[in-house]
Design a protein around this ligand. Structure first.
Ligand code: UD1
Length: 340
């Protein structure tokens, strides 16, 4: 790489902001493109404080080809990490076109403009949701793929599109990273997950109960075939995930083609195990009620994370206590998230 400036689309968001910290720590420069549809610029000011480095920002939509061209004209970009996209499963069912437009059209526009400027190093933010309801555990990268909702469909389509692109032209260097369940926050407690409205995901909901913003947690089902009947997931600390992106980017320098990696810990924890760990870390009670299963949920999902370890030399190192402590640290210091 002649320059080490990385364009991070969606860099103000939860995973994006933590990845900016990891990139800056590893000696990269970053440039963030974000439309703030589900994030705030304050997260980037805090990334600057953590890292002691500047985070230049372009406020634009990833579907806006002219804005993208301006970025590539004005900056010497070595590679792109592409987070920008929508991620709420329920909303994707109600508004599928919004999801396909943002997530699929946005990813196509980005790759087209990258190609125009000869920038062909790309890390894409995919999801374990592409495995649908897995027939076997732990989940390996070569397992069958399926989509159970438009959000998952959009991730699957972009993987397909980027795979076809890499097959058409060997100068592309693409990593498709399938995240399991990202949780936690930077250990400073200054950046973290700041969902709009009622959280869909477990850990932000648990944090809001612990901090007193919500009365109790609904546990969606306790009759699954798991250790205690509640759903099992592979929770991964967001800083481990962020560091996985940095490793993938470095690894891509000597690769060609599109490469898929699970980013998880390889271990599953139940909802009730997570609640207990959070209570311990926060020293706050997390009252809960058992409620009916949430439609679309599956009993258990966890990764075989060995490919990333073997090929990227990366593995998650932070345990669930660190995940809960750091999530709590963020929530306690920022009970209503980032200020407006
Ligand atoms: C969800 C999405 C997935 C997406 C991911 C992104 C669904 C069905 N799946 O994954 O497509 O990639 O978020 O972050 O929405 N739980 C409760 N009470 C709650 C919330 C969750 O009991 O209030 C349980 C769930 O039933 C599940 C576990 O906690 O067993 C984790 O849920 P969640 O954090 O929403 O993640 P996923 O469903 O795994």
């Amino acid at each position: 790489m002649t320059t080490k400036k990385i364009l991070v689309t969606g860099g103000a968001g939860y995973i994006g902001s933590h990845t900016c910290v990891a990139l800056l720590q590893a000696g990269y420069e970053v440039l963030v493109l974000d439309n703030f549809s589900n994030s705030k610029a304050e997260s980037l000011r805090r990334v600057e404080t953590i890292s002691g480095k500047k985070v230049p920002l372009v406020q634009a939509d990833v579907r806006d080809r002219e804005a993208l061209r301006d970025v590539f004209r004005q900056h010497s970009i070595a590679g792109v990490i592409h987070f920008a996209g929508l991620k709420a499963v329920g909303e994707s069912v109600a508004e599928p076109l919004k999801y396909y437009d943002n997530n699929v059209s946005g990813s196509v526009a980005l790759a087209q403009v990258m190609a125009e400027f000869g920038v062909q190093v790309l890390v894409f933010s995919s999801s374990a949701t592409v495995y649908g309801d897995p027939a076997q555990l732990p989940i390996r990268e070569d397992f069958p793929l399926s989509a159970t909702n438009p959000y998952g469909g959009s991730k699957l389509m972009v993987e397909q599109i980027y795979g076809d692109l890499a097959a058409s032209d060997a100068t592309w260097q693409i990593a498709l990273l399938r995240y399991f369940n990202p949780v936690g926050a930077h250990s400073s407690g200054t950046i973290g997950e700041d969902p709009n409205g009622l959280p869909n995901n477990l850990m932000p909901f648990v944090s809001q109960v612990a901090v007193g913003r919500r009365e109790f947690l609904n546990v969606w089902g306790d009759d699954y075939a798991t250790i205690d009947g509640t759903g099992v997931r592979d929770y991964i600390h967001v800083m481990d995930l962020a560091e996985g992106h940095v490793r993938a980017l470095a690894w891509l320098q000597n690769q060609s083609g599109a490469h898929v990696f699970n980013l998880g810990t390889g271990r599953g924890f139940s909802v009730l195990e997570m609640v207990k760990a959070f209570e311990l870390a926060s020293n706050k009670p997390v009252p809960y009620r058992i409620s009916p299963r949430r439609p679309g949920d599956v009993a258990a999902v966890y990764a075989d994370a060995s490919k990333a370890e073997r090929e990227l030399g990366w593995k998650a190192v932070r345990d669930i206590n660190a995940m809960c402590q750091d999530a709590w640290h963020w929530q306690k210091q920022n009970p209503v998230g980032y200020p407006d």
